[in-house]
Design a protein around this ligand. Sequence first.
Ligand code: DX5
Ligand code: ZN
Length: 220
Amino acid sequence: MNSKLIAPSVLAADFANLQRDLEMINNSEADWFHIDIMDGVFVPNISFGMPVLKAIAKHAKKTIDVHLMIVDPDRYIKEFADLGANILTVHYEACPHLHRTLQAIKAEGMKAGVAINPHTNVDLLKDVIKDIDLVCVMSVNPGFGGQSFIEHTYNKVQRLKEIIIANNADTLIEIDGGVTDKNAARLVEAGADVLVAGSHVFKAKNQIETIKGLKNIANS
Ligand code: DX5
Ligand code: ZN
């Protein structure tokens, strides 16, 4: 059974050929579109905003997984729902009232995700784990594609999986940053359900085959 999911990160696509790259994802074994929104405040980089997401949503035929690396995300929850986001992930570090934010995301009909930076301990999510549909474990410091995977991630994923099981929650674990065919198997073994991959997919000569390769590794 193919239960582990692959989410190519559109941040690594060729923006001058965005439709071509979106169609590639549509035609591949990928499960989700991972969309990174950066505001230049929460992270030291600006990616793209609403008009680009709107254009992506027009062509994307799979689940749209939006990763917000922005301060005060509550301001935009409704807008992201209207634009077609299926999953909306906010950063733990950007949300002083995380429980409220999660409820607001769900009230707009989206799945609610929480991303945690490499320095954030997964135990901090214990009290809200049943309210979280997806935890995005950052395996690089957010802000840029193409960075090296942080090895400590495996331990975090294992601990997070324990918390999910202990609380009888059905939260998915997503890994974001530096994912390749070299670390995918160990990540899944540690408890990962969704692998985000940007440069590994888009730098490959054969992107469709690279996605298929990751999917096979994750589900073998
Ligand atoms: C980083 C983003 C990631 C990034 C992953 O801040 O959240 O989604 O696009 O890119 P790679 O796979 O190249 O590390
Ligand atoms: Zn991301």
